[in-house]
Design a protein around this ligand. Structure first.
Ligand code: ADP
Length: 535
């Protein structure tokens, strides 16, 4: 137990001595005394005194003044003061002492038992007070540390978001060029061999896009920004799509992909078909990737039906290489793979299952892996869905951009610093009968609109010299109405909502992402320019 300092202040030496003798047997008490209140005050200012026993009647400074002086100093206001008095027990004296800051009285002649008991009880209070103070300071410290850690985490999250925004822009811009040119080539006369080369090219760019989408998905889920988009979904269509996607891939590897579909499943459910397909595709594609002989089986099972809700179990089973039991837990973590060297043999980033697990969790479901090394693996998850009665609207056949009718009298200014994209977009716009001027940055765009009246501007977001956002702002602030009102589409390679909002805030009428869908670009141009088709 910590020793506490007690001070006795009394102008009469004999009183001091008798009090000292009374308190001498109390443990953990360090007693100091003085017959001079001034000396006692100095002592209190310099030492960590816990309790003071103060005589009321003293010649230099009386007891009440002494207490007031202690109270007025931040170094001494916490000292617990007990007044020792021989004078009247009348209330007015009692009150005077209490008002000046004393907390109790002892009356002369002192009763030894009461005196010792009181001092001991105040010592307990001091201990409690000090403990409280320590706890408070600790709390304050951990609060400060928490605030600091939160600030650091916020900063780290921001810089991660910025990094992702920049990276997604940097990677998506060239992919946009590649997929655009691939689309153009698809619509040109090709022999069979060239067509096959194009398949490879398309495949490679899709792969690249998948990887960056995976990284963005992961960060979106982790920052709590991923929402499931529920809509009426045909179960059969999902299964059909997956079969179309994977039967051929499996066949090429000399293995079988089969589906065992529970016929009692409802035809329609309310689901986020994109995310459900993403979960299943990841599992099936892993199954095919890690299986050399045998089969990969997707099995669905209706576990329960209750009040228009269905509990469905999905399982993807393979007869592949299996996963070591000590690796099963870590395969669901980001960038983790079942064993060393798996990337060299099979490729992959180790993100697939991390996303799958998070997406299943977003569906309020659980996923488990069962595997035996050398024999195969099974991934099983269950989720609840709402049942839907009516038929889903069938998807229309995908149109080619070259099928779209030309637009009359549309003259577009394209501001894009990436040459490949600029070439590709110009070609597409030309296909729709649109005439195009191209510039490489926002400043050049501003110079162009000085002399030419455009039907619309397509403005890339990130460009050197002057960004697309700055150029849009300058145009929207131009005093001349024919310039200020030009429709502007911002082209953004970032998938972050923040950046799209920034484009609208700058004054863009629409935002298209990269890689963009030519058909929707055509629609937006048509709407914003009110152009008539010529065919
Ligand atoms: P990757 O893109 O590297 O395949 P995943 O997150 O999809 O990343 O998978 C992580 C690891 O889990 C894989 O590298 C592999 O070691 C193991 N794994 C996943 N699915 C299977 C499977 N069906 N059979 C064997 N191992 C698998």
């Amino acid at each position: 137990m910590e020793k506490l300092k007690l001070i006795i202040v009394d102008d009469k030496e004999e009183n001091v001595l008798s009090l000292k003798a009374l308190l001498a047997d109390i443990d953990n008490l360090d007693i100091w005394s003085s017959t001079s209140p001034n000396e006692a005050l100095r002592y209190c200012w310099n030492q960590d005194v816990a309790i003071a026993l103060v005589d009321v009647q003293m010649p230099e400074i009386n007891g009440f003044e002494f207490v007031s002086l202690l109270q007025s100093n931040p170094k001494t206001w916490q000292i617990m003061v007990i007044m020792v008095t021989a004078i009247s027990k009348e209330d007015k004296f009692l009150l005077k002492g209490l008002h000046s800051g004393a907390i109790d009285y002892l009356y002369k002649p002192l009763n030894p038992d009461i005196t010792v008991a009181k001092v001991k009880s105040f010592m307990q209070q001091v201990y409690i007070q000090r403990e409280l103070k320590r706890k408070n300071e600790e709390l304050e410290r951990s609060h400060m540390e928490l605030m600091k850690a939160k600030k650091e985490a916020d900063l780290a999250r921001k810089s991660k978001e910025n990094f992702l925004a920049n990276m997604s822009h940097e990677i998506r811009t060239p992919i946009n060029g590649i997929t655009g040119i691939t689309t153009m080539l698809r619509n040109s006369p090709l022999n069979e061999e060239q067509s096959e080369w194009l398949d490879y090219l398309e495949n490679a760019s899709q792969q690249l896009l998948l990887i960056i989408n995976d990284i963005l998905d992961l960060s979106k889920i982790d920052s709590g920004k991923m929402r499931l988009d529920y809509a009426k979904t045909s179960f059969v269509n999902i299964i059909k799509e997956l079969t179309n996607l994977f039967a051929y891939k499996a066949e090429q590897k000399g293995i079988t992909f089969e589906v065992i579909n529970d016929n009692s499943l409802p035809k329609q459910i309310l689901a986020d078909s994109l995310r459900l397909t993403q979960i299943l595709s990841n599992l099936i594609s892993n199954g095919i990737k890690f299986t050399e002989n045998g089969r990969v089986t997707l099995e669905t099972k209706l576990l329960k039906r209750s009040k228009q809700r269905v509990h469905i179990q999905f399982s993807v089973k393979d007869t592949g290489i299996g996963i070591a039991s000590n690796a099963i837990d870590k395969i669901f973590q980001s960038f983790e793979q079942g064993e060393e060297g798996i990337t060299k043999r099979f490729g992959g980033t180790g993100l697939g299952l991390a996303i799958v697990k998070r997406l299943v969790n977003l569906h309020q479901g659980q996923i488990h892996a069962y595997s035996e090394l050398g024999k195969g693996s099974e991934f099983v998850f269950q989720c609840w869905f709402d049942e839907e009665d009516s038929e889903a609207t069938p998807k229309s056949e995908k149109k080619q951009y070259t099928d779209l009718p030309p637009l009359a009298d549309v003259h577009i200014l394209l501001a894009e610093d990436n040459e490949l994209n600029s070439f590709m977009v110009t070609h597409m716009l030309n296909t729709w009968g649109i005439t195009v001027d191209t510039v490489k940055n926002g400043k050049e765009a501003l110079e162009k609109v000085e002399n030419i009246t455009y039907s619309l501007i397509l403005m890339d977001a990130h460009m050197p010299v002057m960004s697309g956002f700055d150029a849009i702002r300058a145009i929207r602030n131009d005093p001349r109405e024919h310039i200020r009102k030009i429709p502007i589409i911002s082209i953004s390679a970032s998938v972050l909502q923040r950046e799209q909002q920034a484009a609208y805030a700058a004054g863009a009428d629409a935002v298209v992402g990269k890689p963009f869908d030519p058909i929707s670009l055509y629609q937006i141009i048509k709407t914003l320019t009110h152009a008539k088709t010529t065919a």
